[in-house]
Design a protein around this ligand. Structure first.
Ligand code: ADP
Length: 188
């Protein structure tokens, strides 16, 4: 079983690349954002808690997303591997993921990081608001908080994975197909 992490700020194109990669390499795409939005749509207790945090541009509790990931990796023996999109987002989450995989005698193969400027991120998210209708994409303060949260809580993971020699960067500002070509070169 292979494990890949897609890394980068909100709006970097992780979800778009994840879908292409999942198809080509038979990987199970795990988006914690999508999983949380499903809980919100179902109106579960967990969804209720996540809703206000997400709409304010804040992270959902580590314990919640970690439990979701544990559940996912235990339930897809048919795939070649897993593709994490939007996880881990904190050092705590990264540590838990490592422990989870360790117990299975497995580990992360590669972290693929999309490099993109904050201004472009902002424009992409605003554009996506009209397409996907996500509340957290429609409000400028929420967008700013998400970008700020990324810099404060998620960016420290770059050093964490660099030290493990797992960190790879790709320019996230090009065309979807160009970026996918770079991703494939890394995976092939
Ligand atoms: P984006 O990449 O555009 O931020 P996501 O769908 O990945 O979109 O995430 C949407 C929101 O869901 C985040 O702003 C955050 O509130 C919550 N979320 C998603 N993944 C995590 C995570 N690993 N840890 C904590 N909160 C998360």
């Amino acid at each position: 079983m292979k494990y890949f992490i897609l890394f980068g700020p909100p709006g970097a194109g992780k979800g778009t690349q994840a879908k292409l990669m999942a198809d080509k390499y038979n990987l199970h795409h795990v988006s914690t954002g999508d999983l949380l939005r499903k809980e919100i749509a179902k109106g579960t207790e967990l969804g209720l808690r996540a809703k206000s945090l997400i709409e304010g541009g804040n992270l959902v509790d580590d314990s919640i997303v970690i439990a979701m990931i544990e559940n996912e990796i235990g339930s897809h023996p048919e795939v070649n591997g897993f593709l994490f999109d939007g996880f881990p987002r904190t050092l705590e989450q990264a540590g838990s993921l490592e422990e989870m995989l360790d117990k299975r005698g497995q580990s992360i193969d590669k972290v693929i990081s999309f490099i993109i400027d904050d201004d472009l991120v902002c424009r992409r998210i605003q554009n996506r608001a009209n397409i996907e209708g996500r509340k957290d994409d429609a409000d400028m303060n929420t967008i700013r908080n998400r970008i700020d949260t990324y810099h404060r809580k998620t960016e420290p993971l770059i050093e964490y994975y660099k030290q493990k020699n797992k960190y790879h960067e790709i320019n996230g500002e090009g065309k979807i197909e160009e970026i996918f070509d770079c991703v494939c070169k890394l995976l092939d």
